[in-house]
Design a protein around this ligand. Structure first.
Ligand code: ADP
Ligand code: ZN
Ligand code: ZN
Length: 739
């Protein structure tokens, strides 16, 4: 250990290495200005790299003469606050992921590249003394100016540009006139979150008893840590609860982080926030430009915006004055990052709430088994909204037994009859099929040849509209074949059902009705989905057909019949998570039905009418399903009653992994495994994907701590294992997808 009085700067660099790098102070520059959380440019190898300063320590493990000085300090103040740095360091340890990669995840791409971005201070406008004294008579002849003046007079503080825009799009010329008359002045002061008044642009609904209880519970916990699970059926008024709690947080001058699975799929949510609050609301999701995302990030960091609505990656956005974290649809799998740094935004949100000492509110109509387990363990407080708010009535669920029934492209006669009845009443029908394309298989009627992907162990999917065959695993594409390449004579036949195929039969069976298809293929362009949603809500559409995209958050008030065309395909997965996901999907899709005053009906076509998952859901509802599913997990010692980490291995040659696994097994024998079960290695169900051979090894332990200690020992050794160089391995802690 080297000690010499010189401070050592410990820097995280975004490369797959598990440690920090030591540097000396830059040659110029005042030392006091350099604080953890700033970005720095450092010499690295023969070049230089951007890094993040995490710690300033009195000593280094390395020889001081070998250390180089920092080249340049990029930021004049830390971009990440102390607690954010601690959170990220915790996450790197927990997920056993390289610290530099984890830290860089917190930054938007533009800042990751080392750009310096300044955001303009917000302009505010306030009354002058003259403006305060002006009466309505004096402005009688210019009603627009009078309205604006009254807006200022009714709010006791200054108004930001964002607030004015929320109040009235065309405020600028009017305010300009008022400035000319010296009734209003420009001030560059307050940020929007330091003010308590004028937050609402539209008043809240009056909450029902259950909503009020939920609001009171969370508001009673503002300023301290606590996790709440808001469990309410679709349409029960969860969003309204969020909005009313948010108002209380805004009144405290604090910021709110709202995470949702996919904003682009739910433009309605953003609208509701904007309509309700006259504060600066920023967004963060993948459809925005790098610059837009960086501005949103900086505005939250500097306290210029009050509410951030974002997806998973927005979780780490620094908050100048944090008050509340909300995670809507907390059960949704998209909160778990499935590549690179495989974190669970839900789990880290809870840790973040604890570090920041603020409440965390999780909401769902179909809470995850993990969260329900945490309620049972009294770690989370349950807030239930058992009834639909307003006048909406809950839909009823039914099965249609399709065994031995004649089907027209996946539609049974009983379903068609229900559709006709519904359409005759001018109500809408929603058909759900979780498979894109025309058909999942192209087979030769003459010789049995099947169109396969050359890079994956998978069939190519037929896409008739685009006239191609496409692999849904590696996106490889080829033109649609007309003749069998094997026997040259056999007729090629599509096998199975996709949304495109159903769309075509709908056009035939319902020639006078308008059907739209909503899936990833049909909603590619910008604004396309929004247009479709608008058409649906304007009543221009009779039948809505789509994939899981439909299960998320949309409001279709005139849909009174929902049909799940092929529920059986979800019943037989080998992953123990599948039952939970299927039940959630069924309930979420059902939630689209009958949100207005009309009662909705949900139909599932099945060849398994006695399957316990379906019968439990139908007769007793999601809560009972969850209770029995949790009991099964406990019996089998599966999560959340145990803890798992999955080591995934990929290689370009089929036999490479066996050498690696042998070395790994030898390595594990030298470690203290602390009751960790090592299951496998086994090949992934789809061994070859995008040209790579895939295998996996599962670690399981009944104690989270023991599993963590085992991984603490394993990962550093694994990282330097000679035999690991020829394969690509990744570790997934708390995996939600085992295959
Ligand atoms: P969720 O988020 O649980 O799906 P929402 O908050 O979107 O539920 O509410 C569903 C519908 O019920 C919305 O149209 C909303 O305006 C209405 N609603 C919610 N709370 C109330 C209430 N207290 N009184 C009247 N209508 C309400
Ligand atoms: Zn053939
Ligand atoms: Zn493929």
């Amino acid at each position: 250990m080297q000690q010499c009085g010189k401070p050592i700067f410990k820097v995280a660099i975004s490369i797959p290495v598990y440690r920090l790098f030591d540097y000396l102070a830059p040659d110029d520059g005042a030392l006091e200005a350099i604080k953890p959380g700033v970005r720095v440019e450092v010499p690295f190898g023969n070049g230089k790299k951007m890094g993040y300063l995490l710690e300033i320590a009195p000593h280094s493990e390395f020889d001081l003469v070998k250390l180089k000085p920092i080249i340049r300090v990029i930021d004049s103040y830390p971009l990440l606050f102390d607690k954010d740095l601690r959170l990220l360091q915790w996450a790197a340890r927990y997920y056993h992921h390289p610290i530099g990669v984890v830290i860089s995840t917190a930054f938007p791409a533009a800042l990751r590249q080392g750009k310096v971005m300044l955001i303009k201070p917000q302009k505010c406008y306030a009354l002058t003394d003259l403006g305060r004294a002006t009466t309505s008579q004096q402005l009688q002849r210019s009603p627009k100016q009078l309205r604006a003046l009254e807006k200022f007079q009714s709010s006791s503080v200054s108004l930001t540009e964002a607030e004015l825009t929320a109040w009235e799009e065309g405020w600028r010329p009017v305010v300009k006139q008022l400035i000319k008359k010296q009734l209003i002045q420009l001030s560059l002061t307050e940020t929007s979150i330091t003010k308590a008044a004028g937050l609402l642009s539209k008043s809240a609904l009056s909450a029902n008893i259950q909503q009020q209880a939920a609001i009171d519970a969370v508001c009673g916990s503002l300023g301290q840590f606590g996790v709440f699970l808001l469990d309410g059926v679709t349409g029960s008024g969860k969003t309204e609860v969020y909005l009313q709690i948010i108002l209380k947080v805004l009144e405290r001058g604090q910021q709110i982080l709202v995470l949702v699975p996919e904003i682009t799929l739910t433009p309605q949510l953003e609208d509701r926030f904007r309509q309700r609050f006259a504060v600066d609301i920023v967004l963060s999701h993948s459809k925005l430009t790098d610059k837009q995302r960086a501005v949103a990030w900086l505005k939250m960091q500097q306290g210029q915006a009050s509410i951030l609505l974002g997806t998973r990656s927005a979780l780490f956005t620094p908050l100048e004055n944090p008050g509340l974290i909300i995670l809507d649809e907390e059960h949704d799998a998209s909160f778990k990052q499935q590549e690179g740094f495989r974190f669970s935004a839900r789990d880290i949100a809870v840790v973040r709430g604890q570090l920041l000492n603020i409440p965390v509110l999780l909401g769902s109509a179909t809470p995850s088994l993990e969260s329900l387990h945490n309620v049972n363990k009294r770690r989370y407080q349950l807030l239930a909204l058992p009834d639909r708010a307003g006048k909406a009535i809950e839909p009823t669920l039914h099965l249609i037994d399709i065994r031995n029934k004649r089907m027209q492209e996946g539609l049974s006669a009983a379903l068609l009859e229900e559709m006709h009845k519904t359409l005759a009443k001018q109500e809408q029908v929603l058909l759900f099929l979780n498979r894109r394309g025309f058909a999942p298989t192209l087979i030769c009627h003459g010789c049995g040849w099947v169109a396969r992907c050359h890079r994956c162990d998978a069939n190519l999917v037929i896409h008739v509209d685009e006239n191609c065959l496409r692999c849904h695993h590696c996106a490889k594409e080829q033109p649609l074949l007309r003749r069998c390449p094997e026997c040259k004579v056999g007729e090629l036949t599509p096998l199975g059902l996709g949304t495109e195929r159903v769309e075509k039969v709908l056009a035939k069976l319902f020639p006078n009705k308008v059907a739209v298809r909503l899936d990833r293929d049909s909603t590619q362009g910008k604004g396309v989905l929004e247009d479709y949603l608008l058409q649906i809500n304007n009543g221009e559409v009779d039948i809505i057909l789509g994939t899981q995209m439909l299960a998320k958050g949309h409001h279709f008030p005139n849909v009174t019949l929902v049909a799940i065309l092929d529920v059986d395909s979800g019943l037989f997965s080998i992953d123990f998570h599948a039952a939970e996901k299927l039940a959630q999907m069924i309930v979420q899709v059902s939630g689209r039905a009958g949100r207005a005053e009309k009662r909705g009906k949900v139909i599932m076509q099945t060849r398994q009418p006695e399957h316990p998952l379906l019968t439990t859901l139908i007769q007793q509802g999601y809560q009972h399903f969850a209770i029995s599913a949790l009991a099964e997990r406990q019996q089998a010692s599966l999560p959340p009653f145990s803890y798992q980490a999955l080591l995934r291995v990929q290689a370009t040659e089929v036999d490479m992994p066996s050498i690696f696994f042998q070395a790994l097994t030898d390595l594990i024998k030298t470690l203290n495994v602390r009751h960790t079960q090592v299951l496998g290695p086994v090949s992934a169900p789809m061994v070859r994907r995008a040209g790579l051979y895939r295998y996996q090894l599962l670690f399981q332990n009944n104690q989270r701590k023991e599993l963590q200690h085992f991984l603490d020992e394993l990962v550093p050794k694994l990282a330097v294992l000679k035999q690991a160089k020829k394969v690509h391995w990744t570790l997934d802690v708390d995996p939600v997808d085992l295959y």
